[in-house]
Design a protein around this ligand. Sequence first.
Ligand code: MN
Length: 374
Amino acid sequence: MDNDKIWAHSGDSHFLEPADLWHQILPKKQADRMPRTESIGDNEELVTVDGTSFRRPLPKIFTARGATGETIAEMSHRPPGSRDISLRLEDLDGEGIWAEVMYQSIGLWCSLIEDPQLIRDAARAENEWLASEVQAKAPDRLVPAALMPMLDVGDAVAELQHAAEVGLHLVSLPTGHPAGTRDYNDASWEPLWAAAEEAGMVVGFHIGTDGGDQASRFRGPGGAILNYVETTYGGQYAAMKLVASGALERHPRLRVLVSEGGASWVPFIGDRMNEAYRQHAMFVRPPLARLPKEYLYEQVYTSFQHDETAPAAMWAMGYQNVMWGSDYPHIEGTYGHSQKTLHELVDGVAPEVRQRITQGAFKELFPHVSDPPA
Ligand code: MN
C-alpha cells in the first residue's frame, strides 16, 4: 500500500449550525418557528419545525463493521470541528481533505416549513451568515451550500441570485420537490434552471431529502439496510428529471451535483434512459438533440464515500464526473479513516483517474478553490 498522504476535495460534507443560529439572524418570532433539535433520553432526539415535532433515533455510539464482523470504526462523539471552523480546518488537514462542499444539518429540516414568507426570510438571512461567517473563514476551501426557499419558484430564483451576489457557489435543493409545487421535470421550474446557469451556481442535491417517510419506509427484518438504500434514489430521480425534461439540454452550462449517492448508478441509469429514448422514440417528449446519457455524463457530477465500484464508473464505463466525498462529520462518512479509505479506493487506479476522483472533478465545478499542499 502506498503510504503517501492523499489530498482530496470533498463533494459532500456538512456543518452543524450553532444551536442559537436562528435567534442570531432572525427576529425572535420567526426564529422560534425554525427547526431545532433536543435530545430525549439516551438514544432519541426530538425535531421541532414550526410547531410540529417528531422523534428520531440517535444512538450514543455508532459502530461500523468490516466483512468478518470486526469493528472498523466507532464514534461516540462528533468530530471536534463539527461546529467550529478553525477546529474544522485542523480536522480536515488531519484527514487529508482540502476543499469541501458543506450542506446544512439542522437546515435540512427547513424543507418541512410550509410558510413561504418564513422560509424566504430564513434563507436570505442564513445565506448572508454562510457567506460572512463560514465561507469567509477559508474562501479557497469551504463551499457552503445556499439554503433555498422552494415553495415558490419566483422566491427560489430571487434567493439564488442573492446567494450568488453574496458570493456563494452552489445551492442546495431537496431531491423531492416540496408539496404544493410541481415536479422537477415541469416547465414551472425553468426560470430556476435558467437563473442557476446564468449565475454559474451549481445545483446540489443531497440524497435523503425527498421528504415524507423516506427514512423509515420499510419495517421488519432488513429494515435498516432497506431504508438506507432507499434514501439514495431521490438523487437519481432528480438527475433523470433534469435530463429527460430537456432542462440540461436547454442550459448546457448548468451543472448538477448529486452528493452522497454513489457514482456507478450514472452509467446504469444512462443505459436505461438511452434504451427508452431509442426503443420508445415515438413516445418521447420533448425530443432531445443528443442521447440522454450524454447530458447525464457531461452535466451531472456525483460524490461517493466508500463505494468500491465508483472508480470503475470512470475508468471502465467512461463517466468522468466522479468525485469523492467525506460526508464529514457524519457517521456514514470517513472521519477517522479517510486516508485508509482513499488508499483502498484509488491506490490501484491510473494516476489521471485518481487525480480526477480526488480533485479534478471537484475543481471543474468550483474552479475558485485552491490546490492542496504538494
Ligand atoms: Mn452527506
